[in-house]
Design a binder for this molecule. Structure first.
Ligand SMILES: [Fe+2]
Length: 221
């Protein structure tokens, strides 16, 4: 009996290597000098706020993301869930401060100049005037207990403007598009204003970059 040897097809097994390339977050450069927002915000506050506080959020976000990626690779769902508060805090800190720097501009570059265009129209419809919006937002800021932010947002479900306060570093997500945010953490004002935070909330409007808010509003509509 002849044995018919049938050549078995060669199966080339290739390991499926999933290569993920994750870019690390970096501290964005400021488009103005640290002292350029004086007297509303001192250069020393800006230097510490940007180079120390924001840098720490960036570093800690990168670290948390690395641990999260390890937990995903290990199929460790409990580990992933345990890391989510860190991602929220440091990811939010990075997002919020990046928006904040864009929200500010020296007076010589248009800081404090009132909004125009469609955003100005929407503010008038909702709040009556920019001055009244400022009062509402300052009341929101004054009402924050502990650390947090107040934001002028666009509700994408209704198209309406709204002021919302967020605790800690919780970022504006979901149906809300952040247009303008003000940092009410003590690290944003205490070195200069100490316990007089209402003075900081009043002064910061002198260096608000409404053009950045207008651009976000335009992109959202
Ligand atoms: Fe801050």
């Amino acid at each position: 009996m002849s044995l018919l040897r049938i050549a078995r097809p060669t199966i080339v097994r290739r390991s499926l290597l999933t290569t993920s390339i994750r870019c690390k977050h970096t501290l964005p450069s400021l488009p103005y000098d640290y002292a350029a927002l004086e007297p509303a915000i001192s250069g020393r506050i800006m230097e510490l706020h940007h180079s120390k506080h924001h840098q720490t959020y960036v570093n800690s976000l990168n670290s948390a993301e690395e641990k999260y990626a390890e937990a995903v690779s290990a199929n460790d769902v409990r580990g992933q869930i345990a890391l989510q508060p860190l991602l929220r805090f440091h990811g939010g800190g990075h997002i919020n401060h990046t928006l904040f720097w864009e929200n500010l501009a020296p007076k010589s570059s248009g800081g404090g100049e009132p909004p125009s265009g469609n955003l100005a129209g929407a503010i008038t419809v909702t709040y009556g005037s920019v001055e009244n919006l400022k009062k509402n937002m300052n009341a929101s800021l004054a009402g924050i207990q502990g650390s947090g932010w107040s934001w002028l947002v666009r509700d994408n479900a209704t198209g309406a403007l709204q002021i919302i306060a967020m605790p800690n570093q919780d970022p504006v997500v979901g149906k809300y598009v952040p247009l303008l945010g003000i940092d009410a953490w003590e690290h944003a004002y205490y070195l200069q204003y100490e316990n007089r935070k209402a003075e900081y909330f009043s002064a910061i409007w002198d260096v608000v970059n409404w053009k950045a808010a207008e651009a976000r509003y335009k992109a959202a509509t």
